[in-house]
Design a protein around this ligand. Structure first.
Ligand SMILES: Nc1ncnc2c1ncn2[C@@H]1O[C@H](COP(=O)(O)OP(=O)(O)OP(=O)(O)O)[C@@H](O)[C@H]1O
Ligand SMILES: [Mg+2]
Length: 456
């Protein structure tokens, strides 16, 4: 986590840049006593030293004064305790020495701006290194101490220990990442589940084809040919006599001709069935290969036709869509190519199509329809999945993309959350729209198109 900074660029009063601002404690105390203001004056018996102690020394914030070179001039007890320094040990240290090396440059630049008068004050969240080597996250608010003429004397920094908050932020970041990973895995599982669904469906068709073939073979008239052959074999020694005398022999030519015609028909039907079987097997092979391609290519950015991605996503959902009698309409107004992580886009589209299928399934609309629209709008491609399903209650709309939000009994509420994150990672966005309950829904994935003559 890098240092966070903010600065006030309001110009400080003019000063003499040649002034290096050497400070001794009594000058500091004089300045801190605010002699020329109309603030309530300290009680008479409270000397300047006591006033200083009462304000700065005992402040629960760390306070440190430093020279232009960053050498500490004076620090309060809270400062020493925060950094685990022995009393007075700060005198041998500079700001740069105590600052974590990763935050040193940012801090150094701010100190230089402050001393050069480019900024009036700054605030930075940075790490100090404690005496025992441990890190301490602090927010430092720093400003200049100036003479009444505006000349810089020293810089003053107020340190607030923010390590507890930082720890919490890190924890939140860790949990967030774990959620993202879980969503992504859920997305992958979604893709894999769809592949299995599809393969399962096609295997059903394979089974049907195989049974039809077996049935055809069983009932084939081809077996009767054996009977004719056996009859002829029995009269092998006097075939001319058999042909001339036996009434069965006279029927043989016609019988053989009819059988030949029948066998040709059977053969044709079986070839057709075999062709279908091969088609089903190819479909399985294709689906598995596609899944492997996506699994392997996860994280790889490549050029791809948007239409191909949409078709792949449809293929992965085709089983479920057909089974639930959901018609698919393709409105491909444009057919651009984009440079993207195919797997992420597929994960999003598979989720959207699955959700659309569920929405249609739960609706009482007689004609269930999912439309996919691809259009090019300025420098983006919009892929919209539009269904005429149950629609979305405007009340739940704000929670739609929240991790864990689901209205389905078997839902997880991971799909849209993961899809929206993936869309952002691709430099795009995912939005939802619905006219309300019973009025269908539109989910739109916007992805950047490659810039003319360059990558997106
Ligand atoms: N096309 C849609 N039409 C109507 N409601 C939808 C649609 N898509 C999503 N929703 C609503 O948004 C909720 C969250 O969707 P999301 O995909 O994140 O989770 P899910 O589908 O419930 O579960 P899963 O994690 O298994 O995908 C759904 O439960 C549903 O209420
Ligand atoms: Mg879902």
């Amino acid at each position: 986590m890098p240092a966070r900074t903010s600065k006030s660029t309001e110009k400080p009063p003019p000063f003499d840049p040649a002034s290096t601002g050497t400070l001794n404690p009594s000058d500091t105390l004089k300045l801190l006593a605010l002699p020329d203001t109309d603030l309530p004056q300290p009680p008479k018996d409270l000397g300047l030293e006591a006033l200083h102690r009462a304000t700065v020394v005992q402040l629960p914030l760390g306070v440190g004064y430093a020279t232009r070179e960053g050498q500490f001039i004076w620090c309060n007890e809270a400062f020493e305790m925060m950094l685990g320094l022995a009393p007075g040990e700060y005198r041998d240290r500079t700001i740069a020495e105590l600052t974590h090396k990763d935050d040193a440059q940012a801090n150094d630049e701010l100190q230089r701006d402050l001393w050069a008068g480019r900024i009036k004050s700054y605030s930075i969240e940075k790490r100090y290194v404690k005496r025992d080597g441990g890190e301490l996250w602090v927010r430092v608010s720093a400003a200049m101490v100036r003479t009444s003429e505006g000349n810089p004397v020293c810089s003053v920094g107020f340190l607030e220990d923010i390590s507890a908050r930082k720890k919490m932020e890190e924890e939140i970041e860790r949990v967030q990442k774990a959620l993202v990973d879980a969503s992504r895995l859920a997305g992958m599982a979604e893709v894999a589940t769809n592949v299995l669904h599809n393969v399962g469906n096609v295997l059903n068709s394979v089974n049907v084809s195989a049974s039809v073939l077996a049935e055809k073979l069983k009932s084939s008239k081809g077996a009767r040919l054996g009977e004719v052959a056996a009859l002829l074999r029995r009269h092998r020694d006097d075939l001319p006599g058999f042909m001339a005398r036996d009434p069965r022999a006279a029927k043989i030519p016609d019988y053989l001709a009819a059988l030949a015609a029948q066998l040709a028909g059977e053969r044709e039907a079986m070839l057709k069935e075999l062709e279908e079987l091969r088609g089903h097997l190819d479909h399985i092979k294709e689906t598995v290969t596609m899944q492997q391609t996506y699994a392997r290519r996860c994280g790889v950015v490549e050029e791809v036709a948007v239409v191909d991605l949409v078709e792949d996503a449809l293929r992965m959902n085709s089983g479920a869509l057909t089974r639930h009698r959901v018609a698919v309409q393709r409105d491909f107004l444009d057919t651009p190519r984009i440079t993207t992580d195919k797997h992420k886009v597929l994960q999003i589209l598979v989720n959207l199509l699955r959700n659309a299928k569920y929405a249609c399934d739960e609706s009482s609309a007689p004609e269930k329809l999912v439309r996919i629209r691809i259009e090019q709008v300025l420098d983006e491609v919009w892929i919209s999945v539009i269904d005429n399903g149950v629609g979305i209650d405007p009340e739940v709309m704000p929670r739609l993309f929240t991790h864990g939000f689901t209205t389905r009994k078997s839902g997880h509420g991971f799909g849209l959350h993961g899809a929206a994150l993936a869309a952002t990672e691709l430099g795009g966005s995912l939005t939802a729209h619905s006219e309300g309950v019973g009025r269908g829904a539109t989910f739109r994935l916007c992805l950047p198109l490659p810039r003319r003559g360059g990558t997106p």
